[in-house]
Design a protein around this ligand. Structure first.
Ligand code: GDR
Length: 344
């Protein structure tokens, strides 16, 4: 009898980490999550699993390990001998990367290199999925972008991701690691952090419709992005590690929209006109902005049989519906979170 497959997930407490954990548990995996040692670590996305006694500490385990703590991470790998590693952790906010470029590079770039070095030395090497980003393309010459589009990042976050992405390819080619980059375009969900533009908008639309807020302040609303639904994307990440050859894939919808289109979809869901409630502030503009990113997911479709299933209006409506529910059940908490949405 073969034993159940096992996986390590870095960044398990994030949006993607939580959906991926659910997917892997459904598939019978034992899941080991690496979490930062911090008194304020947010784990609400996984609470339902921690409270499940059939799962927590039976098939789902947490290990404290910062991304730069190589000794501890190595120990986790030696002890757990995972079949697969999903490397999702890092400083994921592009706007914030201008304010904390060193931290961004330390975790996103060097954290990935340190992980690769650990994997290279293991006797039993797991397969690695690294979550890369459309930000590596920066201001590309060509749209939509493919796996062959040159990287021209223009943000500290994009530069750190480009470094990590190229290191993953290098370790695959030079050291024979089964290591893949999932070059993900924006992917959202009700579990998205509130400082990202989609969730900030859906929360605000919900709060405004319930009379708890009267406006939302944003930065650039003509920026164009390719927005998909996060649970669709974690399925592709898993599929990538089931292939016989390690390879990189663009994960995207192939459809581009403006922030304005997302605003319209979210406010439509509560029957309001977004133009009456949106203010703009320089504080939310970035020193260097990626204006338009859209991916060509045809390789993922051809090789993995994967395609994004959720349209932008469906995505926005689903997120607004969730925020309305939360807001109605915890009005004070949600209103104060929305107010304290810092510079992002
Ligand atoms: P992005 O997502 O930078 O594309 O990175 P984000 O939601 O932060 O911004 C999308 C676009 O909206 C504009 N914008 C604002 N953004 C934020 N956060 N807050 C605002 O108030 C606001 N107003 C306008 C931004 O300028 C930008 O053009 C996301 C992250 O998940 C990355 O980790 C990931 O790699 C990429 O998507 C793919």
């Amino acid at each position: 009898m073969t034993s159940a497959p096992s996986a390590v997930i870095t960044g398990i407490t994030g949006q993607d980490g939580s959906y991926l954990t659910e997917l892997l548990l459904e598939k019978g995996y034992t899941v080991h999550g690496l979490v930062r040692r911090s008194s304020t670590t947010q784990r609400t996305r996984l609470d339902h699993l921690f409270h499940n006694h059939e799962i927590y500490n039976k098939r789902l385990f947490l290990h404290y390990a910062d991304l730069d703590d190589t000794t501890t991470i190595r120990r986790v790998f030696v002890r757990t001998e995972p079949d697969e590693v999903y490397h999702l952790a890092g400083q994921s906010h592009v706007g914030a990367s201008f304010e904390i470029p060193e931290t961004t590079c330390q975790f996103t770039a060097m954290g990935t290199l340190k992980l690769l070095e650990i994997l290279r030395d293991l006797n039993k090497r797991p397969r690695l999925l690294h979550i890369s980003s459309s930000e590596v393309f920066g201001r590309p010459d060509k749209a939509p972008q493919t796996e062959a589009t040159p990287m021209r990042p223009v943000t500290p976050y994009g530069i750190a991701k480009a470094f990590a992405t190229q290191m993953v390819s290098l370790y695959r080619e030079s050291f024979g690691l089964f290591a893949c980059n999932a070059i993900c375009y924006n992917h959202e969900s009700p579990r998205r952090g509130e400082s990202f533009v989609t969730r900030k908008i859906t929360r605000a639309a919900a709060a405004i419709s319930l009379g708890q807020e009267d406006h939302v302040t944003l930065g650039s609303i003509d920026a164009q992005r390719d927005w998909g639904f996060a649970p669709d994307y974690v399925k592709a990440m898993w599929l990538m590690l089931q292939e016989s050859e390690a390879d990189d894939f663009i994960l995207a919808t192939g459809t581009v929209n403006r922030v304005e289109d997302f605003l319209a979809a979210a406010f439509d869901a509560v029957h309001l006109d977004w133009r009456d409630y949106v203010r703009q502030d320089q504080a939310f503009m970035r020193p260097s902005e990626v204006q338009r990113l859209v991916g060509d997911p045809s390789k993922a479709k051809r090789v993995l049989g994967w395609s994004a299933q959720t349209t932008l209006p469906e995505l926005a409506a689903r997120m607004v519906e969730h925020d309305l529910k939360v807001l109605r059940s915890q009005p004070e908490q949600v209103a104060s979170t929305a107010k304290s949405n810092g510079k992002s």
